[in-house]
Design a binder for this molecule. Sequence first.
Ligand code: GLN
Length: 270
Amino acid sequence: MTIKECVKKYSSLLKNTTHIPNKEVEILILHILQKNVIWLHLNYNETFDKEKELKKLVKKRATDYPLEYLTNKASFYGEIFEVATNVLIPRPETELLVEQAVEILKDIPNPRVIEIGTGSGIISVMLAKLIKNIKIVAVDINDDALTLASKNAKKHEVEDKITFIKSNLYENVDKEEFIMTISNPPYIANNYKLPKNVEFEPRNALFGGEIGDELLKAIIEQTYKKDIPYLLCEMGYDQKRPLEEYFKKFNIENYSFYKDYSKFDRGFVI
Ligand code: GLN
């Protein structure tokens, strides 16, 4: 069968899974062959001899298993990052968090930033790529995430700008003058029913506690006590009110919320 015929045949199995079935089958073919898109278009009418392998991946994808976990790749901010089942898949919304940080950091010479819950490392790696002379401490409680994040830092040639530390929040971080804390912490309520595809992602990257905002609040409190000037976090669309209340507890007045692409409240900048 040619690549073209395979795309036609197998995309029909993904009609109820994705709105871009052809594209996803092409991506899986490229993953199997370890080739790029240009190669694909030049060879569209050539024979594809790994149909069995493709069938297996397509069938798994048809269970809503994320494409990113099948290819071990995800795109974020126009760049490709390595992912694995023990880290959250990057979300486009999180690009807005990076954008907010860049807006502030671009005017600060030699900024030192700490990221809490780095996961695959996307936020720290992007900041390291975009901001000159930045130094970042990126922490996570998960060893495997830290290994993957440092792999991504190497891939993007910013490993000398980021120090990865295993730590629960600030616990194992030496006292240092940070200008900013940034985080996309787990912020979903424990009892929330996840959509099928999200169920394949690690629970400890998603669930923030009974109410959901517990970790956000811990980050706010600890960052305030450490006198770190800026705090930027992603949050749930319904967490603006309770967090605003929480800011009052510390007399935090200088803050703003930002919205995501669907016009939902998605994060804050203190
Ligand atoms: N910082 C990573 C991201 O934004 C991981 C976040 C998480 O696991 N909650 O994707």
